[in-house]
Ligand binder design. Structure first.
Ligand SMILES: *Cc1c(COP(=O)(O)O)cnc(C)c1O
Length: 374
């Protein structure tokens, strides 16, 4: 089965990992800082913390933003459930606001309408790699006195009005799952602009441990002494995986270019195919595409999904609206809440897109899809 997304691993990646395995540190060692420094070059200088997954990154971001019980987090339902689940795990109420029909991104107007006096964060999702409308979302967040968070699991390497993703929001999270643009097998990172929030994030990643005597409540026990002031978790990404990440980042520009080439080819090859809506691109963004999301009209999405899969083409659907999950249904969320997101989901289909996809394989995908829809 041709997958919808997959990693691209070279011998250099293998060697980078092997080199760490032969060394002194398997977990927290010099590769972690190196990877974080390389990442920060992609976030326009905003400091980054490597963590164990994109989900952990979101959890850390909500902690650093001070999200807790009674707070409300506004976000898009057209995302992987983790964007909302991690806010709910902090005890916050998730308020879903609808998406723009062309990009599938959080609609700033809908987000503004969802603001209450309990709003503490607005979390955008750069769906498929296309940056959200950050200027407008910033205005919504500022007026609400809320943090602006970007779930950039899809969009590492993208730019919004000339700013690299990582710059527009207060906190930006990445995922390095193998289908994503850069991989560490499992892994993620959070970019944090504010120094105090960065400190909170770094502590939460490491059990909440306070090691600097100047910050301890009861210093003077000895060099071994460390304290926990707030509970944390172990979300440390090991050296082995950071070495893979740093090696992968060296090819991010090439990944982005090949993905853009494939997206342009899909655009040309699929233009005019009946019953198909191709993804939009706003003029002020430079996406590093993670997905190629088409919309299959006329109620034929399921049929097309099944026939493509039957032909060995691993198309995917991204995503079921987050509040359709029974866990949200049990909390009282009802279908019909975000009609644009539901309409998008009903028609959405992700075609194969990854750097090692060949033109010939892509031609085959196009021929198969065209034959079904013709
Ligand atoms: C992949 C993804 C996540 C979660 O990342 P993991 O590394 O799988 O935990 C969160 N949000 C979005 C939009 C994603 O695509």
């Amino acid at each position: 089965m041709l997958p919808y997304g997959r990693q691209s691993i070279t011998e250099e990646d293998v060697e980078a990992v092997a080199e760490v395995l032969r060394g002194d540190w398997l977990t927290t060692g010099p590769a972690v800082g190196r990877f974080e420094a390389e990442l920060a070059r992609w976030t326009g200088g905003v400091p980054c913390l490597a963590v164990t997954s994109g989900t952990a990154a979101l959890h850390v971001a909500y902690v650093a933003a001070g999200i807790g019980p009674g707070d409300e987090v506004i976000t898009s339902p057209l995302t992987f459930v983790a964007t909302a689940a991690t806010a709910a795990l902090r005890g916050a109420r998730v308020v879903f606001a609808d998406v723009q029909p062309d990009t599938g991104n959080l609609d700033p107007g809908a987000a503004a309408a969802a603001v209450s006096d309990r709003t503490r964060a607005v979390t955008a999702v750069d769906y498929a790699g296309h940056p959200a409308d950050y200027d407008e979302l910033r205005e919504v967040a500022s007026r609400a006195g809320a943090a602006l968070i970007a779930d950039a699991a899809h969009s590492i390497g993208s730019a919004y009005k000339g700013l690299p993703v990582g710059r527009p929001a207060d906190l930006t999270t990445f995922s390095f799952f193998p289908t994503k643009t850069v991989t560490t097998a499992e892994g993620g990172a959070v970019a944090v602009a504010d120094g105090e929030r960065f400190r909170l994030a770094a502590r939460f990643r490491n059990h909440g441990l306070v090691r600097d005597p100047a910050e301890q409540r009861d210093p003077g026990h000895g060099g071994w002494h460390q304290e926990v002031h707030h509970f944390g978790l172990n979300y440390r990404l090991p050296d082995v995986l950071c070495a893979l990440g740093a090696s992968q980042l060296r090819r991010l520009a090439a990944f982005r270019a090949r993905r853009a080439e494939l997206v342009a080819r899909y655009g040309t090859l699929l233009a005019g195919v009946p019953g198909l809506t191709l993804p939009a691109q706003r003029p002020y963004v430079e996406p590093s595409w993670h997905l190629y999301p088409v919309r299959v009209r006329d109620g034929r999405r399921r049929e097309v999904y099944e026939r493509m899969r039957g032909a060995g083409i691993g198309v995917q659907v991204n995503y079921i609206p987050a509040y359709w999950h029974p866990v949200f249904e049990d909390l009282g969320y009802r279908r019909g809440l975000c009609p644009e997101a539901e309409a998008y989901y009903t028609e959405q289909l992700s075609l194969p897109l990854f750097p090692d996809l060949t033109d010939t394989q892509q031609d085959h995908v196009v021929e198969c899809l065209t034959a079904i829809l013709a």
